[in-house]
Structure formats: C-alpha cells, structure tokens
Design a protein. Structure first.
Length: 276
C-alpha cells in the first residue's frame, strides 16, 4: 500500500514533441495506470508539430547555436504564436487520450504564471560569424508550484513550457530543462524524459545506470543535439534535489522501476552498460 506522501508526490514526465504520434496504446495505458495512483505532470515538446505546421521550421537557419555550443530555436513573436497554436492542438489530443482512459486532465501554459525566465543569450553563431540577435528565449529562473494546486491522483496537468521574463515578454524555453525545474519545484522524487531512443549511448554502448558526474563528463565531451540537452536537464534536476532521472522510450512505470532505459543518480556509482 502506498503511503500518503507517495500519493501526494507527483510523477513528472517530459514527452518529446517528436514522440507523441509514435507512442502505442499500451504506453498511454501504462501512463494512466500510474497517474491513477499519483499526481501526474506531463511536460510536452513541440518540435515535430511545429515542423509540420510550416516547412520553414525544418530549415537549418531556424536553429541557432550560442557561443557555448548550445542550440536553440530562433524565436520571434511569430514563432511564439505558432508554438501556442500547435501546443493547443497537442494539448487537446493528449487530454482526449487521457480522459478516454479515465484520467482527468487540464492544460497549463507556463507563461501564465507557472514558469519565470531570466535574460536570454544575445550572441549567436550565424555561419562562421558571432552576431547579436533578438531571440525570445530565456533560462528558467523559477517555477510557481502553486499554479499546479489541482495536482492529485487521477489528474494530470499538461504543461506547455513557455515562460515569462522580467520584462513581461513571453519566451521560449527548453522543454527538458522546464521539466527538470517543475520536478524540483514540486518535490518530485524522479524525472522521466521520454525520447525516441531506448537508452543513453556512450561509445555505442547502451547505458543502464550512470551518476551525474559521469553523465556531465559525457555531455561535455561527446553528447550532441537533443541528448546533450537532456543530460543538461538531468544535471539541473539532480542538483535541485530530484533523486533520479530516467531517459528512454519505454512505458513510464517500466523506466521508473529501472527495468529499461537509463537511470542517472546523484550518487557516484560505476557506469553500468546494458547487456546486448
């Protein structure tokens, strides 16, 4: 029997925008079964729906790289509007999937008071030149967990990871890092990052377990693209008190039980690779 603390502690899941259409009915059944026992927060991405909305989002020029090597979508007010359009449609789809399985759900837009952002990077690489650009992105500086007061077993809050900065501007944020900040703010014991690969791979080998320090080393020396962002988010979640981070493509309950996927912990342990 679960304790009262366990039934009040939320499960925070980040679902990549490229994964939504690929998750089987069994994945959603598992998520709902888990959500019946614990409050559920689902933070979504929007990369695939945005690319489907307009072909310009598939062009290399739509992605910027800052002076530290981090990638970000070049975000203007028009891009924010398109993100909100596809996110509203995505949210309606997720709510339908959950409610027909017996889980109530609501959508929470981060910029409506949930997520606060700081000043964004202004220098970005364009080709081989570092130039100053207006880009409506910003690092997360705070999460008001009071905006998720309706959390309870049997209910899901679907979070659109936009934020608002100190100037009142609505800005784009990284969905993985937003999920990490939400997990920390809600005292979640674990964060699950659902992606389109079953494990973190290091030198081609699937990793079952790794500590935060070793994951950070790999992030800085070998990880690229989306996995680099996920490892950065994992480190931030663990630094803020989340006990462990799971990365993979399996049903959430399977990953939380460490039966599959990669688990990242604060404590230093030997890196464990999966048997093939």
């Amino acid at each position: 029997m679960r304790t009262d603390v366990e039934t009040r502690t939320p499960t925070v899941v980040k679902l990549g925008g490229s994964c939504l259409d690929d998750m089987a009915d069994e994945w959603w059944d598992d998520l709902v079964a888990h959500g019946q026992e614990r409050p559920l927060v689902l933070v979504h991405g929007w990369s695939k729906p945005l690319k489907q909305l307009n072909a310009r989002y598939t062009e290399p020029s739509a992605i910027l790289r800052d002076r530290y090597g981090n990638q970000s979508r070049w975000t203007t007010p028009e891009v924010i509007a398109d993100i909100k359009t596809v996110s509203a449609q995505l949210g309606e789809d997720v709510i339908r999937r959950l409610e027909r399985r017996g889980l109530t759900a609501e959508r929470v837009v981060g910029s409506d008071g949930l997520v606060q952002a700081g000043e964004g990077e202004r220098w970005w690489w364009r080709g081989k030149e570092l130039v100053e650009l207006d880009n409506l992105v910003g690092p997360i500086t705070g999460v008001d967990a009071g905006q998720l007061a309706s959390l309870r077993p049997g209910h899901c809050c679907i979070v659109t990871p936009l934020a608002r900065n100190s100037a009142g501007q609505e800005v784009n944020t990284d969905a993985d890092r937003a999920a990490a900040a939400v997990a920390a703010a809600t005292a979640a014991t674990a964060l699950t990052l659902v992606t389109d690969v079953p494990h973190l791979l290091i030198d081609g080998a699937p990793v079952r377990q790794i500590c935060a320090a070793e994951a950070a080393k790999f992030r800085d020396r070998g990880a690229t693209g989306g996995m680099r962002k996920k490892l950065r988010a994992a480190g931030e979640a663990l630094d803020r008190g989340v006990g462990r981070v799971h990365i993979g493509s399996a049903p959430v309950s399977h990953m939380l039980a460490a039966r599959t996927g990669t688990v990242i912990t604060r404590e230093r342990t030997d890196t464990v690779t999966a048997r093939t």
